[in-house]
Design a binder for this molecule. Structure first.
Ligand code: GDP
Length: 221
């Protein structure tokens, strides 16, 4: 049996070892519901793959610039025997056939409702287009099931500091209407801005220590 590392870091140590484990089209194809996993969600093209790769520190872990909406699978990466990252398919593309969208709605609802090891959700949004319809639906689904969510407003390098602060304030206000365990921060996969606070939130969820909320992560930049 694989040796579980004794040292539980609160940072991203060991995440570079993350490796593809399985792509699940149905929940029963997921690994056993033990340990902890953090799920990454976002609209297609929001910058989810880039954020995931940056956070893990492994270029090319999640593929970027995929054909939109093609792979409707939960892609699971294992860090070690007890910690996993789960990449949801990018949502929001009209080209995805309705039957597939309906299937996904059901799979996701069940995933958020029943998955014991799901410690939290990272929701990636393009800072220039935050809180679109599907983003809200995903956040509401997570909140309804008591799952903490952390929003990364990515591509923050595309906005000036004034516009960024305004957007952060507006998104924080909207998130407070959706649920109590929703936090937000600016992020850029290009400059690395926001990388450390994002990693801290995810590490806490994966390591099962402390509250889901990270005060540092929600501070204005
Ligand atoms: P995904 O479909 O959500 O996985 O999005 P990708 O990670 O493939 O990114 C979509 C596009 O946005 C690509 O052209 C990326 O290079 C670009 N991108 C992603 N993150 C950033 C960022 O933080 N800043 C900038 N400027 N571009 C980004």
């Amino acid at each position: 049996m694989k040796q579980v590392p004794q040292r539980r870091t609160s940072g991203a140590a060991g995440w570079r070892d993350a490796a593809f484990l399985v792509a699940a089209h149905e929940l029963h194809q997921l690994p056993p519901d033990q340990g902890r996993e953090v799920v990454f969600a976002g609209r297609s093209n929001a910058g989810k793959s880039s954020a995931l790769n940056k956070i893990v520190g492994k270029h090319g872990l999640a593929r970027t610039s995929k054909t939109p909406g093609r792979t409707q699978q939960l892609v699971v990466f294992s860090i070690d025997a007890t910690r996993r990252l789960v990449d949801l398919p990018g949502y929001g593309y009209a080209q995805v056939p309705i039957a597939l969208r309906e299937h996904w709605g059901e799979v996701l609802s069940e995933y958020f409702a029943t998955r014991q090891s799901l410690a939290g959700a990272v929701v990636i949004m393009d800072v220039r287009h935050p809180l679109r319809e599907y983003d809200r639906a995903l956040l509401e689904l997570a909140a309804a099931n008591g799952r903490p969510c952390h929003v990364l407003l990515t591509k923050a390098d595309k906005l000036g500091s004034g516009a960024l602060a305004t957007t952060l304030r507006a998104v924080k206000r909207d998130l407070a209407q959706i649920g109590p365990e929703l936090t937000v921060q600016a992020f850029s996969a290009v400059t690395g801005d926001g990388l450390d606070p994002a990693r801290r939130v995810i590490a806490r969820w994966l390591d099962g220590v402390g509250a889901a909320r990270d005060p540092d992560a929600v501070r204005d930049p």
